[in-house]
Design a protein around this ligand. Sequence first.
Ligand code: BGC
Length: 751
Amino acid sequence: MNKNILVVTTIGLLFSLQSCKQEVKNDSVITETINPLEKTYQPKVFDASKFETKINSLISQMTLEEKIGMLHGNSMFSTGGVERLGIPELKMADGPLGVREEISRDSWAAAGWDNDFATYYPAGGGLSATWNIDLAYVFGNSVGQELRARDKDMLLSPAINIIRTPLGGRTYEYFTEDPFLNKKISVPLIIGLQDNDVMACVKHFAANNQETNRDFVDVQIDERTLREIYLPAYKAAVTEANAYSLMGAYNKFRGEYLCENDYMLNKVLRDEWGFKGVVVSDWAAVHSTVKTLENGLDIEMGTPTTNFNEFLLADRLIAAAKAGDISEEEIDEHVKRILTVLFQVKAIDGEGRVKGSIATEAHYKDAYDIAAESIVLLKNDNHVLPLKLEGIKSIAVIGNNATKKNALGGFGAGVKTKREVTPLEGLKNRLPESITINYAEGYLERYDDKKKGKLGDITLNGPVTIDELDATKLQEAIDAAKKSDMVIIFAGSNRDYETEASDRRSLELPFAQEELINKVRAVNPNTIVVMIAGAPFDIVDISEKSPTLVWSWFNGSEGGNALADVLLGAINPSGKLPWTMPKKLEDSPAHATHSFPGDKSVTYTEGILVGYRWFDTNKIEPLYPFGYGLSYTNFEFSDLKTDKKTYKASDVIEATFTIKNAGDADGKEVAQLYVSDPKSYVEKAAQELKGFKKVFVKTGATELVTIQLPVKELAYYNEVKKEWLVESGTYNIKIGNSSRSIKKEIQINIE
Ligand code: BGC
């Protein structure tokens, strides 16, 4: 909604409420309280003052040059140490799909090590689709172990920007369109990671929601939207997970680059949230010397053209300090922060520091467990899944995605791994030998390199694909389909097409896959479609014509095995979409409001109505809604109660209900709690996710489920008062298994 309209509507509504003396709401100011009932992972204590004496002593012995050496990269992924004082380099590795292979010290070339093979973990979309906070902890803890085995201090991960447009090149890396799910996945992940004496570097702080023009685009977000949608997961990373570092984003926010943004880095992050860690720049995202430090950045990273002394926080900073343009106290402050986190992770005084392990069977199992819970069953009309193998002698496996690997690819960080089980390999591993697999590639992954935007172009529109079928490949696919009892087509996308540094040009499925699927289905109607992608695509036609449709992700080392186990029923699917699958691009808020990608500047015109908030409030039917995913069993929700009818702002609402597994397979269900505030005097989304719980229910059994909802979660951000306020009055608490499948509803009152 347009900001001006918003103001008018709000005032209009206020008048109408007041004049008819209906429920005029009062606000309660929210103070931060910890909810003692909520099951949470506890972060390590991060008490910066503990190291103060030692740090002051070290700083008193350091030269200006030594101090400044710590404030910028001295290699592609480390900053300088001071050997004579026992201060080591701060050693980083890229994430978030796992620990990236070792990069050369002064260029992007691989270092060529043979001991840097790692586990490839499911990408962000997959992890968040599990809706399982325990698995988020497992993810962080497992990758933290690998980071230590590589003797690193910091993982450039997790990447938690909100998915504003389905076209976003990094959608696959990010978690979700919803701020609540975002923080609930981020916090345990960061805690798990940092439990291994390493630092998370939570990126990209903040308001970095597109790749197009990311190097300079100036993002305009109104304050309420910023607070309610784009910042909550970062805030939780700092205040609930004690994240030791954050990465400043490339773009500008309200006119100032995010790596020198006084408002974001000093005011919000440090003054308001009490952040005690370090802010690292994104690679080559620093634009000034004195300003960037004074406005809150601590470490400049990037790619040198000649050597690292040319960085803005290197020789130029020494000169600025000598000229008196910046005080030595200011420089000391940044050095102190870096030393603090080095002490905190035992990189200094390292006794008892976690040693770690890498690419172990246990870690592959972690990757498998996450993948297994991430797969989303979109359609199963005729109960074809789980596959019934009686009478099946042959299966055609069709599609480039049956064999495509995604640990590496595209522009962004990947993982060098010895294990990436493809879908085809997964099926071979799991199907009995008596079944013949007839594989055909079907479509070719091809790009038009002559056109602008080819792979590797930075911050331009995405790769241009060749969307024509190859006659020979098509014929092979048709022959395979004809001679097989059934067909599984692996379609979708890959990490060359969905890539950092460019947004996709459209929602269309590339490489003429839709045509392939239609032609294959025509010769063998017994066809299952499995999509593998990290972001929404236009699958309206596929969805209409395919009674059986499965969604999987760039799903890590064990992705193929997990997928085969879901198809064969060893795993009952329990993944839920972490974003809305629109019917068409124009239905999505950033596109409906024509506010993507902007040019020099982009205004997030849709305001708080991001993702399903937009679809639900404007009553737009999505193809598949946020939170959606089927199971091989049926769950029935009943007996929704709350522990009280009326609550104070400091209370925790306990919503209790039962889930019965009424089908004939054990399974997990994600109970989702949405809240509506039908009589608000400020603009609110039709409903908002405010709680969820993943529950295992045996077939025939009934589980009693409680979701705790602190009343403070109902707060909205009041821009005028600069406070979080909970309106008094009636709210609807809704329980369901997707945002569009609400099973029970109950009203409560806030005093
Ligand atoms: C990305 C970061 C990444 C860094 C180092 C940048 O282009 O935005 O996410 O950590 O490169 O590879």
